[in-house]
Design a protein around this ligand. Sequence first.
Ligand code: PLP
Length: 400
Amino acid sequence: MIKRNPYIANIKAGYLFPEIAKRRREYQAAHPDAKIISLGVGNTTEPILPHINAGLVEGARRLSAAATYSGYQDEGLLELREKIAAVFYRGAFGADEIFISDGAKCDIGRLQLLFGAGSPVAVQDPSYPVYVDGSVLIGAAGGWTGAGYAGITYLPCTAENNYFPDLEKLPENGLLYFCSPNNPTGATADREQLAVLVRAARRTGTLIIFDAAYAEYIRAGALPKSIFEIDGARECAIEVNSFSKPAGFTGVRLGWTVVPRELAYAGGGSVNADWARVTGTIFNGASNIAQYGALAALESEGILEMRKLCDFYLENARLIREALSRLGVASVGGDNSPYIWARFPGRKSWDVFAEILDKCRIVTTPGSGFGPSGEGFIRFSAFGHRADVEEACRRLAQFG
Ligand code: PLP
């Protein structure tokens, strides 16, 4: 029989979210009458707003006529790449530096094909699981040690350092995944912090993969929405982003990745040229229907709709933060991001998860699932219908 890729065996059994779903099912089976509310996963719940939805419908209509039909688009519709450059980057990038994808997570998984097994990987700890799991699958990290994966540099982001890591520990000539606004902590790096990050990356030869999937949730005007607002980032960063969370495209699937022309490997080869080669080889482009939806999202009515949708979830976040504060639970996030990171000092995350499920019938996410420094924390997601969030906030009073 064929042998299994040995790197798959290195992945710890049970991805976080299936494990949470399993525990929810077990609880429901034991308590069949319990009406469980989920504040656990980062999945959107509200409908796509009308102008953007009309763009999707138009995309489908165009496929039905010979004059407007389109097939493979490889790196994406030119008009969409130009519009992304204009709306999100003030025209600072050419269309050849913007690659349309079927989502940020998919590109995060594919990007490591550029660097292979030999490049060291650092992550903010806690972090979105695919950064670490993707590194394990490509062989850039080893097996689970009980306190993290061998070979990954975990950079703790804790209350003590205000959720910004100590970059002195950055390995030389490796990759750093950096997410702001952050999933799961909700912390958003300010301009000075990102400038420190870019300086550290350039000093150490690090390539930053900057995940800006929640940038449209930023409400504090001074906070940067892109790593490319920082001088020098073009030589050391790739940015991934997505329409999932601002436009409700989690099920539609559309994202983009910015790979600047200036970005070079040791020895001078072009990362941009390689990314075009890799995506052209293993990815045949995103759905044209989804791309027409994204074009509508980038018109002025669409931009207003994205703002309205993010504001809806931010109001949920405010309600959750207030409910936690009434309980005396310290939390961060939820102001420029849809996640609230609640602190339960001295307790195990899975124990708090079980207690909240049992006393309040609310599913949350245990912080330890995002990395060793997440122990003692719970992530609350603001993605939910308003009535459910309000009911969850009432029920939280039963905790503690
Ligand atoms: N990046 C972060 C930080 C996320 O939290 C998520 C989804 O939860 C994604 C990327 C995935 O985005 P997409 O739906 O575009 O794959």
